[in-house]
Design a protein around this ligand. Sequence first.
Ligand SMILES: C[S@@+](CC[C@H](N)C(=O)[O-])C[C@H]1O[C@@H](n2cnc3c(N)ncnc32)[C@H](O)[C@@H]1O
Length: 285
Amino acid sequence: MFIVEDRSKPRLSDETFHLLRDLIHKRCGIYFTDVKKYLLENRLLRRLEGRNLKSFEDYYYFLLYDPEREVEFLNLIESIVTNETSFFRDLPQLEAFRKGIVPSVMEYKQKLSKKEINIWSAACSTGEEPFTIAMILLEDDIAEKGWKVEILGSDISEKVLKSAIRGVYEKYSLRNTPERYISRYFSNSGDCYVVNQRVRQLVRYRRINLMDPLETRTVQNMDIIFCRNVLIYFNDQSKRKVLNHLYDSLVEGGYLILGFSETLHNITRLFKPVSFERSVVYQKV
Ligand SMILES: C[S@@+](CC[C@H](N)C(=O)[O-])C[C@H]1O[C@@H](n2cnc3c(N)ncnc32)[C@H](O)[C@@H]1O
């Protein structure tokens, strides 16, 4: 059988792949290894079409010099990021958060007579993670006990943040959510599940690129940071950069929660691992 090559389709040369890969890596941390060249090629083809450009070389120069380049960079990001998430993702970590981390932060803050907890969900995608955090805290009546809770949800993608602000989800996003939480914190409208006002009022959303120190510097005094399932797309160099930024945003002794399969081993010594029953989190030293 012959495979006929579509010669009308623009081709991404190795040289232009490296230029585009380095530009993307520098701006947002995501790193396309050589084996992912075809993935990047496919994802960017849509952007070439969107800008009516004939080659990947033209697209590269567009990103460098065109007056519309910043707008296009946002479009590019939307086309390459992976937004997979769900409510109550990785339950053992959430158990560690609820039973270990939150009580430890409360004890420490109580000694300082500061009854407030600041939490950052640092690559929150469509909002399931920050809303899950809010529901867990509501379940433990933290606000009723006189605590002020603020949860910041941020992401590099404006598209996912718009969806988070809407707070409307399909049943599939709730696949790991215990029934008790569904009945208490969502209202059901047709096939959709809408997050209640009580939950929403604990969370605010902002666009933040974790690679940009000018943006991350605006987030300070965080007691707990969730940065789950984003560093897997970065290489060690950009992981270190982001971890330095997160370190600066945490209070002394603050906690960092990475994705279940992510580790700081051989990346940085800025944090020490802390073990809970079925998960490991990190603490600022
Ligand atoms: C797989 S989702 C993870 C969502 C959630 N934290 C979870 O674990 O379910 C990864 C998110 O990271 C975001 N992201 C990628 N690069 C980023 C960057 N440089 N700054 C901020 N967010 C970024 C993507 O837009 C995407 O929404």
